[in-house]
Design a binder for this molecule. Structure first.
Ligand SMILES: Cc1cc2nc3c(=O)[nH]c(=O)nc-3n(C[C@H](O)[C@H](O)[C@H](O)COP(=O)(O)O)c2cc1C
Length: 152
């Protein structure tokens, strides 16, 4: 069965709630979902999924530490082994949101393929933001299914 990995970091709960909304969108599309904090995730998770979502709070216009830690640890062990794998990003912020650029730039270094536009949310996601996050999950689920059907 196709699988979507969601790796996120969250200090005060906003991005964790966003990650849970993305996970709901994936699950509603009938695709397996694994949700992990950056410190708990390993490169094996990235190798084993068909699509990945990276979620972060904005920390001084950059991604948060736990997601950066995961990406730093995963880089060499996955080098040239995840080329073309679909990814998407979601960010929560306090009014800036420039951290999105850092996530997209690192994903490019991994040679991942952007499957959906980054969803950026101010503060705790609710209402339309939840719908957009669930939509992101749904798009990633479809991308994961296509990749799995094509044999990875
Ligand atoms: C150390 C730190 C730096 C931050 N820097 C920014 C920033 O540069 N731009 C911004 O829009 N928000 C900034 N914020 C606000 C957070 O990104 C925002 O509150 C976010 O929703 C928190 O997510 P979380 O609840 O998942 O930790 C910063 C927060 C912290 C703790």
């Amino acid at each position: 069965m196709a699988k979507v990995l969601i790796v996120y970091c969250s200090l005060s709960g906003n991005t964790k709630a966003a990650a849970e909304a993305v996970a709901e969108g994936v699950a509603e599309a009938g695709v397996d979902v694994v949700l992990k904090d950056g410190y708990a995730a390993s490169y094996v998770d990235l190798l084993g999924c068909d699509a990945v979502a990276f979620g972060s709070y904005d920390a001084f216009s950059y991604m948060g530490g736990a997601l950066k830690d995961f990406l730093d640890r995963a880089y060499y062990p996955t080098l040239d082994r995840v080329t073309g794998k679909p990814f998407a990003a979601f960010i929560t912020h306090g009014g800036g949101g420039l951290a999105a650029g850092s996530v997209e730039s690192v994903a490019k270094s991994f040679k991942l393929r952007k499957a959906a536009g980054t969803v950026s949310v101010k503060g705790m996601p609710e209402g339309d933001a939840i719908d957009m996050l669930k939509g992101l999950g749904s798009v990633l689920a479809m991308a994961a299914q296509s990749r799995a059907d094509a044999g990875g």
